[in-house]
Every structure is written in structure tokens, then in C-alpha cells.
Design a protein. Structure first.
Length: 305
């Protein structure tokens, strides 16, 4: 892969790592720690990465040990490459465990240097929010998780904080990057429709006309691209598995597979991105399958409004 042009921020965008504290297999089929290790090893050859993003569902069980595993693996990769590391909670994450290990999600700055945090207690009802400056870009993370539910929402508190952050004079002449878990895009399956971002129009209202160059998201376990409020949206492939987006809409299937998205953000806001898929043992075998009846049960349990 060609080295990025001067002034370009290269982002390694990971999502849906679904790590576990005890090494349990995701959906009983995938060793997500091994999948992440294989992916990061293959990505070692990618030059010029200045920012590593993990856009939610970092953990499957919400345990501090699972977040420590992410910090060791993705954080170690970022440090070796001199890159910042930013992550945000998803619907499988637990805010308490996330904050205990990853604070506000901005854990490494430019050059892969650990950032200092004041470990302030926040109740689980308070969304995680953070911002940092990387390569003259403002990186803002927005927690779209809703405790006890699978769908996402940009809460009023998060919208207020995002609006305030984007209005600040940040010293970021090349604009802002917003990172969240639930994409503000149409869902590929009935299950993801029930678990989608409930108010994408509210996000659009906040970022429309601002200096936001791109929104990075996850959740769908498959590469998607679209836009919201006139801003491009890029969804990363899943580290844990790959959603079957052309299967029966009312069912839910995913294949064994792991991947990432490499995104270049130029000085003028121009974007270049490509998904990277890494072969793993059992690739293209079904990792999980839920028939329509099972999907209905999951939807009911997920607390769709």
C-alpha cells in the first residue's frame, strides 16, 4: 500500500473486536483474540498510520480484562507504529469496565504516547465522550450505546457536547473526524434494523455545515459507505466475523472472517479508503446463523422502541 501523501492522516479503522475476559469464543465459534492478533500482524506492513480507531463493541462481556486485552493488542500496535489510539463503546460494551481501563477512549496520542487521565467517576447513565488532536485534526468520540439495549441513540447530552466541541477553536485546520458505533445509515438485515441508530437525523443536524470530514462507525460487521448531513460515513468490517448482507433479510448469518478499513483523510478533506480482509482458518464458513424465529426473540430482548 502506498505511503500517504504529506499532510494526510492515515487511519486504521477497526470495529467489533468482541474480546472476552476469559477467552470464551464469540458466538461459540470465533476466537476473537486470535482473529485480532492475525489481523494486526498482517497490517504491520501498512505504512504511515497516524491513528488507530476501534469503533465499538470492543468487548463481548464488558470485563476489565477484555479492555486490557484490547489495550495490549491494538494499543501495542499503535505504540509500535507511532499512532494515536481512540476507541468508543458499542452496544455490547459496559461503560464501567470501559472507563476503568480506557478512560474516555482516547488512550494514546500522536507518536503513540500514553495520555494522562483524571480517573473521575461517572455513573453508567452518563455516555462516554472524548476528544483529542491528531495530525491537525480534531478526533471526537460519541457514545451511541444505550444501557440494557442493543439499538443506538445520540443522546441529548452527547449532541450538546458534540455541538460544543465542533464550535471550539481547536487548532485543527484540517477539520474533524467523528467516531461512533451505530452507523447513521440504513441497516442491512432485520436484526440490525432493530438495533440501528434511532435518531440519525439528530446527528445530521449537529454535524451539517461543520468541519467534520468523515464519520467512522461499526456495528454492521461489514464494510458500508454512505453519508449523513452531507458528511461521508465509513463503516468498518467486523474483526469478529462478517455479516451475510445478501442472505434472507429476516434471518441473520455471519461468516468466519476478519478485516479492517484503511482510511486516508487529506488536508483538503478528500477521502480514500479500502477494506482489508485477512484470511483466517475456516474463512467463509458460517460463524453464526439465526432463523427468523430466533431473530424475533433477539429483537424483543434488545429492547427496540
Amino acid at each position: 500500500m502506498q505511503t500517504p501523501a504529506p499532510g494526510t492522516l492515515r487511519v486504521l479503522h477497526l470495529s467489533d473486536t468482541h474480546l472476552t475476559g476469559d477467552g470464551a469464543l464469540h458466538q461459540g465459534t470465533v476466537d476473537t483474540s486470535a482473529a485480532l492478533d492475525a489481523l494486526l500482524e498482517r497490517l504491520d506492513v501498512v505504512e504511515g498510520v497516524g491513528l488507530v480507531v476501534v469503533s465499538g463493541d470492543v468487548s463481548e462481556d464488558g470485563s476489565p480484562e477484555s479492555y486490557a486485552a484490547l489495550l495490549e493488542r491494538a494499543g501495542g500496535w499503535a505504540e509500535r507504529h507511532g499512532a494515536a489510539l481512540v476507541t468508543v463503546p458499542g452496544n455490547h460494551d459496559q461503560r464501567e469496565g470501559f472507563r476503568q481501563v480506557l478512560a474516555n477512549g482516547h488512550v494514546l496520542g500522536e507518536g503513540g504516547r500514553p495520555l494522562m487521565h483524571t480517573m473521575e467517576y461517572h455513573p453508567p447513565t452518563v455516555p462516554v465522550f472524548g476528544q483529542s488532536l491528531v495530525a491537525n485534526r480534531r478526533i471526537v468520540t460519541v457514545d451511541t450505546s444505550v444501557p440494557g439495549a442493543g439499538y443506538g441513540e445520540v443522546s441529548e447530552e452527547s449532541r450538546t457536547r458534540l455541538r460544543s466541541a465542533l464550535a471550539e477553536e481547536s487548532g485543527a485546520p484540517y477539520g474533524s473526524v467523528v467516531v461512533l458505533h451505530h452507523p447513521p445509515l440504513p441497516a442491512p438485515t432485520a436484526l440490525h434494523e432493530a438495533l440501528r441508530l434511532q435518531n440519525p437525523e439528530a446527528l445530521a443536524d449537529v454535524i451539517r455545515g461543520t468541519d467534520v470530514r468523515v464519520v467512522l462507525a461499526g456495528h454492521y460487521h461489514h464494510h458500508f459507505a454512505g453519508s449523513v448531513g452531507g458528511v461521508p460515513v465509513l463503516v468498518a468490517p467486523g474483526v469478529a466475523n462478517d455479516t451475510d448482507v445478501i442472505g434472507a433479510y429476516g434471518e441473520e448469518s455471519a461468516y468466519v472472517g476478519t478485516g479492517a478499513l484503511v482510511v486516508d483523510v487529506a488536508e483538503d478533506g478528500a477521502l480514500w479508503s479500502t477494506p482489508v480482509r485477512v484470511p483466517v482458518a475456516g474463512a467463509d464458513q458460517v460463524a453464526v446463523h439465526h432463523d427468523a424465529e430466533a431473530v424475533a426473540r433477539i429483537v424483543a430482548a434488545a429492547g427496540k422502541r
